[in-house]
Design a protein around this ligand. Structure first.
Ligand code: IFM
Length: 426
């Protein structure tokens, strides 16, 4: 076991969001992408969940879950709307947010970069702008200067491999490039960037824990008997799951694990994975539900001998029963990983609220709280009660345990959130 700081709870029970997906009214490379009609059915993030003005009451709702940690991201385009111009009011709002998190008794986990870039940087080449590293590190230093006394846990970059693949090879996210070579270079660049961000934060806050959020997808050969399928599964696994970690080691204090699904490799498809075999249980996004993959990911990443924190795990499902089962089955795998001796220090459900799911727009429903985007009403789903119950069962418990008998979520008492509409116009 590592020296997990005594100042942190032994296990972080949290929920996660990201700025562009919930805040509303952001202005960055994604908003331009949306305006160009690149999101499903021409949807735009627009007002989103209006969380920027409603965060206090949202926190009151999340507090009813009994969480002790909250993962969020800060929006670079708000903080530095023009190069070198720092928006003090935006920084002050983030400071109030972090203070509110702490007053709820949560450990704030701050993500510096979660897929969006300010337009001024995107227009200079984004990740490949000549001064990108300098700009990124200056931004990180400014955030830490303003919030660092209140934040001990940082994610530098969310899912660098997803960003590299979707933005530079698949082309369905900004900057919309389609080149495997560019994606390879983007991944390298992100590794380089992570190391700079890590060192910048550690220089200012030596006791802070700094990591990144690694999207781990489990790749299996479509046919176990096919040598070529096995080769492709191993190759993609290395490229997507293992290479980045090796590249940035030892510059991380924990590994953030984002786990969602298993995919299949068939040599005839090249490097395009098959998302599910016929008949598999899938989410509303067609992702195969494979809880055992979480333990697999934790085992693989556990070899680095650093604490593991599940920074994201969740499901897009209009059928909440599926979410309840997903939650319990994945937490059982996490508990089993701990029983094997792996140091898993936290679990953050993705997501607290329904939100803007990138190129898929608002259709996917990941939230423990449903959002009605027309009225901005939030309604806890039964899975929110179940999550609260699971957290309660583990109060002061490490490692965690999921009881054999889990009650029907519908029969659990409703959440009691004292919500006062305090920080948005009536
Ligand atoms: O919504 C995303 C999040 O931004 C990053 N991780 C995966 C989630 C679900 O696709």
């Amino acid at each position: 076991m590592s020296a997990w700081p005594r100042s942190l709870p032994p296990f972080l029970w949290g929920v996660a969001t990201s700025s562009h997906q919930v805040e509303g009214q952001t202005h960055n490379d994604w908003t331009r992408w949306e305006a160009a009609g690149r999101v499903r059915e021409g949807q735009r993030s627009g007002r989103g969940c209006d969380h920027w003005s409603r965060y206090q009451e949202d926190y009151q709702r999340f507090a009813a879950l009994g969480i002790n940690a909250y993962r969020f991201s800060v929006e670079w385009s708000r903080i530095e709307p023009e190069p070198g111009q720092w928006d003090r009011e935006a920084l002050a709002t983030y400071r109030r947010m972090v203070q509110a998190m702490r007053s709820h008794g949560w450990v704030p986990c701050l993500t510096l970069h979660h897929f969006t870039l300010p337009l001024w940087l995107a227009d200079r080449g984004g990740l490949f702008a000549p001064d990108a590293v300098e700009r990124f590190t200056r931004y990180a230093a400014t955030v830490v200067e303003h919030l660092g006394d209140l934040v001990d846990l940082y994610v530098t970059i969310n899912e660098p491999m997803v960003w590299a693949v979707m933005g530079y090879a698949h082309g369905s996210w900004p900057p919309g490039r389609r080149s495997v070579w560019l994606a390879w270079r983007a991944a390298n660049r992100l590794g380089h960037l992570h190391r700079h961000l890590y060192r910048t934060i550690k220089a200012a806050r030596p006791t802070a824990l700094v990591g990144w959020a690694h999207h781990y997808a489990v790749f299996f050969p479509y046919r176990e008997t096919s040598w070529a399928d096995r080769r492709d599964a191993a190759a993609v696994d290395w490229l997507f799951n293992r290479r980045f970690v090796a590249q940035i080691a030892p510059d991380f204090d924990f590994i953030g694990v984002n786990y969602y699904f298993r995919q299949w490799m068939h040599w005839r498809q090249g490097f395009r994975p098959i998302t599910a075999k016929p008949g598999a249980l899938t989410t509303d996004m067609g992702w195969e539900i494979y809880p055992a993959g979480l333990r697999h990911a934790l085992r693989v990443l556990g070899r680095w001998q650093k604490p593991l924190v599940v920074k994201e795990n969740g499901i897009a499902a209009r059928d909440d029963r599926l979410r309840q089962r997903f939650l319990v089955d994945h937490l059982r795998e996490l508990a089993a990983a701990q029983a094997e001796g792996l140091e898993v220090r936290g679990y953050f459900y993705w997501s607290a609220l329904d939100n803007f799911e990138w190129a898929e727009g608002f259709h996917p429903r990941f939230g423990l709280f449903a959002v009605d985007y027309a009225t901005q009403a939030r309604t806890p789903r039964p899975s929110a009660r179940l999550y609260r119950w699971l957290i309660e069962q583990n109060r002061d418990r490490f490692p965690i345990a999921v009881p054999d008998h889990v009650p029907d979520a519908e029969e659990l008492p409703p959440l009691k959130a004292a919500v006062s509409p305090t920080n948005h116009p009536a």
